[in-house]
Design a protein around this ligand. Structure first.
Ligand SMILES: [Zn+2]
Length: 116
């Protein structure tokens, strides 16, 4: 496996983590609204909201801190409390997720060539 393939595998992993995070965020958001409704009836349940919020932060943190395949530093963000999963470029060495998109595009065009 050459360096480029290694980066692409790493970037693919980052993208998988991000889609998992997106799915988690949806579930967490639903939990948040359920908690909000419950706390109208039962105010102490508001504490559960902090727990849900913590879960959201943790999910973002884990996703933003997946190590970059090139420099091993956190890819999305170096912040301890990232508000989202971070940028599409490594925060340290600027390796971009575009490399993965370009790779996928080139794979598609090769397949087309073979089919023709
Ligand atoms: Zn990097």
């Amino acid at each position: 496996m050459d360096k480029n393939e290694q980066y692409i595998a790493g970037l693919e992993h980052i993208q998988t983590c991000r889609s998992v995070n997106l799915r988690n965020s949806k579930v967490i958001t639903i939990l948040f609204f359920i908690g909000l409704l419950v706390s109208v009836i039962f105010p102490p349940a508001i504490f559960l909201e902090f727990l849900v919020f913590g879960l959201m932060c943790y999910s973002h943190y884990k996703t933003a801190h997946v190590p970059c395949p090139r420099c091993e530093k956190p890819f999305g963000s170096t912040w301890i409390l990232p508000l989202a999963v971070g940028t599409n470029e490594c925060s340290n060495c600027k390796l971009s997720l575009n490399l993965l998109y370009e790779h996928k595009k080139s794979l598609k065009s090769h397949t087309k060539e073979w089919l023709e």
